[in-house]
Design a protein around this ligand. Structure first.
Ligand SMILES: *[C@@H]1O[C@H](CO)[C@@H](O)[C@H](O)[C@H]1NC(C)=O
Ligand SMILES: *[C@@H]1O[C@H](CO)[C@@H](O)[C@H](O)[C@H]1NC(C)=O
Ligand SMILES: *[C@@H]1O[C@H](CO)[C@@H](O)[C@H](O)[C@H]1NC(C)=O
Ligand SMILES: *[C@@H]1O[C@H](CO)[C@@H](O)[C@H](O)[C@H]1NC(C)=O
Ligand SMILES: *[C@@H]1O[C@H](CO)[C@@H](O)[C@H](O)[C@H]1NC(C)=O
Ligand SMILES: *[C@@H]1O[C@H](CO)[C@@H](O)[C@H](O)[C@H]1NC(C)=O
Ligand SMILES: *[C@@H]1O[C@H](CO)[C@@H](O)[C@H](O)[C@H]1NC(C)=O
Ligand SMILES: *[C@@H]1O[C@H](CO)[C@@H](O)[C@H](O)[C@H]1NC(C)=O
Ligand SMILES: *[C@@H]1O[C@H](CO)[C@@H](O)[C@H](O)[C@H]1NC(C)=O
Length: 874
């Protein structure tokens, strides 16, 4: 084996080892799955694999001593022996969730010196019976302990309960447990717990604590996060949280019976904490009479470090005037979603929210599903609660001084009524979420001035309202970056409304703007948005777009036109030097033009990022005429979003899925080539057949055509002199003699003297043709101005072109024009001409008409002259 081969084998082993080590099957009968952490420790997942604890631990001891995490949840373990666990004692994290465990004997976890996390949730441990459950069996190294879901409500007999004494767990930082009502509360010394969750959120947790006394959480001096959501709390005493100096997050949500009367007590005790966020959502019933927030409820918050507060889903209708002034100075985020806010003076005091950055107020007046009424505990009706408070911040002087310090803040005195007001935003505000609030507005050529004009608002989400038509001007919003007016029943929006020069993301999806785009003369809707990066026009019933609609969007990267009705995407794109993502999903596009394709490729190359194109659910034509585009798609299939869902359509309507497409497109060119050849050949065939037919017709009618030609020529360009010289019954000549020069002597010696002696006037070309005029014109003229044309048929006559020409012209004249009794053409057979030498048309004439045979026999001659004279004269 050469050195190269060795290297190859080693490389292979390394690669193979890496792959197989990061994720592999393990455990008894390889029922579990293992993953290796970068540190080398292994996490073994045996959740719901129907394994025995003992087997798993033995397997770990024998094969995988570095297993540090074991998840053996949902294996119906039941009771545990110390021996079962012995071999697992080195692990640091053990999950035994949902295992029907009813007791933990002492010694079971005794030697687990490294364990940090233990999950015993959703078992049947009787943890609130101090004789049944001894917390001292738990290893003192534990940092995270999950015990929730061990209390079933139906076990609530007439007995006393007490929280376990966790004094020995000196490292415990996070505790999740069921919440019960006790006289003592959680009492154990020097608690190190930082996160405590006593919530019944989740499927099996249980929490029912009617009142929170100052003693309930007395020992939790180090707590930072307290989650007592969904605990059926009804009343909270004034000093309940006072001793929690480190408290940062307090979650009181979903205590529907709590209402707002206790809020004063809560805010009071929060003054003594390090509170950052309070979740006071859904503490009031969703149905029924709305509620009001009073100054006295939140007054003490002014003396806290609160940064964010949530009041979602509380059916709040009103905020007392000047309440906004009492919100903490450093408050940054307010959640007030799913309420029923009505108009009030508080709306004019948004300028007082000095440092507030974000207001989330989505889904006001939310409609509740009529078929899904969740039975909720009714809150106490506390709207008539006393408005008094000793809180020092809500006195008139205090409120006035707060208002004085804030630039755009107005204080409303207690008694005076307020006249005309303008809404104010605070100078720090960055985002307002006001989606789904049933706002119904049409703004028609009205100017709405936003104050202050140098506001810092960057995000405005007003989607899911109803703005039927937006024209005029709202603003200014000199810093706005994101604007959503999605699903707002909007059918008109003017370029002035959209004159937010810094806008980067505009969401206009799910409106009715298609009609406007189709009839818009100038395509200027987006003319001010030169910074725009994302434009969403999805689902707008767009059929047509003005060619210049996107021309000014020179920074746009992403255009979403997924909709239903676009048939052709042929707007001007050359200025879109940053466009990389085009979504045309669900339209009826057949192809994408060359310019757009080229633009995407060029942009991608220049910017160094891949472009993406979404053409799913379109009607892309699978045909030879579209083959260039199809080849382009094949070349860029990685750039096509959801290529495998794409379907192409043949001209006969049958579809080609992406697999068939990949298989067949490479052969398309060849197919189309033979197809082209076939088309060309059949076209040629048809053409030549036509040509032959036309040629035959032309040949057959050649004399007629020539005759017409000359007649026309003469009528329009010829010599009027000649034309006007005669009338139909008044010819200049009695006969035009057509003959071959070879027979000239016969004409000169016989025809002319004999006939002219009888008083006839003959036209003989040698004598009567006008010089300087084309011979054809002379001939046609002679025929037309002579009563009859006499053809002296001889062997040479049939060979001379001009003679045949004269014959045919005379024939045509006689067929076409004149009503000569015996034809206008008199044929004199001067000598015997062999039948095969006579041209067809002459032969044909002779067969169908009479002719006069010349005879050299002196006896016959008088008869000949007689018949000739008669033929000419009649
Ligand atoms: C636990 O780890 C120690 C070393 O850290 C090792 O000596 C011992 O064998 C391990 N025990 C088991 C049961 O894997
Ligand atoms: C507590 O547990 C012990 C031992 O399992 C049992 O004898 C006792 O009845 C329980 N106490 C209550 C009040 O259920
Ligand atoms: C909790 O246990 C510790 C010792 O483990 C003991 O000193 C303390 O009194 C107990 N607390 C209560 C309230 O029983
Ligand atoms: C305590 O809760 C906070 C917030 O929920 C979380 O970020 C933190 O990681 C938790 N601490 C522990 C030890 O789980
Ligand atoms: C507030 O705290 C006081 C004193 O601790 C207590 O009497 C009262 O019940 C608590 N609740 C309300 C709603 O006042
Ligand atoms: C503000 O809170 C502190 C505790 O952090 C408290 O000592 C002080 O009395 C409070 N101020 C007022 C005016 O209530
Ligand atoms: C407040 O609590 C509710 C209910 O538990 C929860 O849905 C919501 O996300 C919480 N709010 C925040 C901002 O965490
Ligand atoms: C456009 O809006 C639709 C929802 O109507 C959304 O699914 C899509 O992600 C949005 N596109 C962009 C580019 O923001
Ligand atoms: C696209 O077509 C697929 C399959 O025909 C269909 O399931 C899907 O709903 C369509 N999507 C859209 C946005 O029309």
């Amino acid at each position: 084996m050469g050195q190269d081969n060795y290297l190859f084998v080693i490389a292979f082993l390394i690669v193979h080892a890496n792959i197989s080590m990061s994720f592999f099957t393990c455990g008894p009968d390889l029922k579990c799955s293992c993953t290796t952490r970068p540190s080398g420790a292994i996490a073994m997942d045996c959740k719901a694999r129907n394994v025995k604890l003992r087997q798993v631990c033995e397997n770990i001891a024998q094969i995988y001593p570095n297993v540090s995490d074991l998840n053996i949840a949902r294996n119906n373990i039941g009771s545990i022996n110390a021996k079962d666990m012995n071999h697992c004692r080195n692990i640091s994290s053990l999950n035994m969730n949902y295992n029907q465990i009813s007791s933990l004997r002492s010694g079971v976890l005794k030697d687990f010196r490294n364990i940090l996390t233990l999950d015993l949730s959703e078992n049947v441990l009787d943890i609130f019976n101090n004789t049944a459950f001894d917390p001292s069996v738990l290893p003192s190294s534990l940092r995270i302990l999950k015990l929730y879901g061990n209390f079933r409500e139906d076990s609530k007999l007439e007995r006393s309960f007490a929280y376990p004494n966790f004094t020995k767990l000196r490292n415990l930082a996070m505790l999740q447990m069921d919440g019960i009502e006790t006289d003592f509360g959680l009492e154990y010394e020097n608690s190190s717990v930082k996160n405590l969750t006593l919530s019944s959120q989740g499927p099996l947790g249980f929490c029912s604590i009617k009142e929170i006394f100052p003693t309930t959480f007395h020992s939790l001096a180090n707590i930072r996060v307290l989650d007592i959501s969904s605990c059926r709390i009804e009343n909270i005493y004034r000093d309940a949280f006072k001793h929690m100096k480190c408290l940062e997050i307090l979650d009181l949500s979903l205590n529907r019976r709590l209402g707002f009367s206790s809020l004063k007590n809560i805010t009071y005790s929060l003054q003594f904490t390090n509170i950052q966020f309070v979740n006071y959502s859904r503490v009031y019933t969703s149905f029924g009479v709305g509620t009001i927030i009073l100054n006295r409820d939140i007054c003490y918050l002014r003396n806290t470090s609160l940064k964010a507060v949530a009041f979602d889903g509380n059916n709040i209708e009103m905020i007392e005037k000047n309440t906004n002034l009492l919100l903490p100075k450093h408050l940054e985020t307010i959640y007030g979603q799913e309420n029923t806010f009505t108009f009030g003076l508080y709306l004019f005091q948004f300028g007082c929210l000095e440092n507030v950055l974000h207001i989330h107020a989505n889904n006001q007046n939310k409609m509740h599903s009529p078929i899904k009424y969740f039975a909720e505990p009714t809150s106490k009706n506390d709207n008539d609660r006393n408005r008094d408070s000793e809180c020092p911040f809500m006195t008139e002087e205090s409120l006035k001084s707060i208002a004085k310090d804030i630039h755009d803040c107005t204080y409303f005195p207690a008694k005076e009524t307020v006249a005309e007001m303008k809404p104010q935003f605070s100078r720090s505000l960055k985002s307002i979420y006001f989606s789904g609030c049933n706002l119904v507005y049409s703004i028609d050529n009205t100017d709405i001035n936003i104050s202050p004009s140098n506001n810092t608002i960057e995000v405005l989400d007003f989607s899911k309202n109803a703005f039927h038509s937006l024209s005029g001007r709202i603003g200014p919003f000199p810093n706005l970056k994101f604007l959503s007016l999605s699903r707002s029943y909007c059918s008109f929006i003017s370029s002035e409304i959209l004159s937010m020069v810094k806008l980067e993301n505009l969401q206009l999806d799910q409106n009715y703007l298609g009609e406007m785009f189709a009839h818009q003369g100038r395509g200027d809707t987006f003319e001010y948005l030169t910074h725009l990066k994302t434009l969403n026009l999805s689902t707008n019933r767009i059929t047509r777009l003005h060619k210049n609609i996107f021309s000014r969007l020179k920074n746009v990267e992403n255009i979403d036109l997924s909709s239903k009705n676009i048939e052709m995407f042929d707007v001007h794109v050359t200025s879109l030097k940053n466009l990389l993502h085009l979504n045309l999903q669900g339209n009826t596009v057949h192809k994408l033009n060359h310019k757009t394709r080229q633009l995407l490729e060029d942009n991608s190359m220049r910017i160094g990022k891949n472009f993406t194109l979404d053409l799913r659910n379109n009607s892309i034509e699978y045909s030879c005429s579209n083959q260039q585009f199809l080849y382009w798609l094949l070349d860029h299939k990685e750039r096509l979003q959801g290529f495998h869902e794409m379907v192409f359509y043949r001209l006969n309507g049958s579809s080609v899925d992406s697999t068939a497409f990949l298989r067949e497109v490479p052969h398309l060119r060849a197919q189309c080539r033979s197809y082209t050849v076939a088309i060309v050949l059949s076209a040629l065939g048809v053409l030549s057949a036509c040509a032959i037919i036309i040629a035959v017709i032309l040949y057959k009618k050649r004399w007629k055509l020539r005759y017409w030609y000359y007649m026309t020529k003469q009528n329009y360009f010829g010599y009027r002199r000649l034309v006007n010289d005669y009338k139909d019954d008044d010819y200049r000549y009695d006969a035009f003699i057509s003959y071959s020069d070879h027979d000239l002597h016969f004409i000169r010696d016989e025809i002319i003297p004999r006939l002219e002696n009888r008083g006839m006037k003959l036209c003989v070309h040698q004598r009567d043709f006008l010089p300087g005029i084309p011979i054809t014109d002379n001939i046609v003229d002679a025929i037309r101005t002579s009563n009859k044309t006499v053809v002296i048929l001889s062997k040479t006559f049939v060979k001379k072109q001009w003679c045949i020409f004269e014959f045919n012209m005379a024939r045509m004249e006689s067929i076409d024009k004149r009503l000569c009794e015996n034809g206008c053409l008199v044929i004199v057979l001067y000598e015997n001409v062999p039948a095969k030498e006579i041209p067809l048309e002459v032969m044909d004439w002779i067969d169908n008409h009479s002719y006069i045979r010349y005879t050299r026999d002196p006896d016959g001659q008088p008869l000949f002259w007689e018949s000739l004279t008669t033929a000419i004269e009649h």
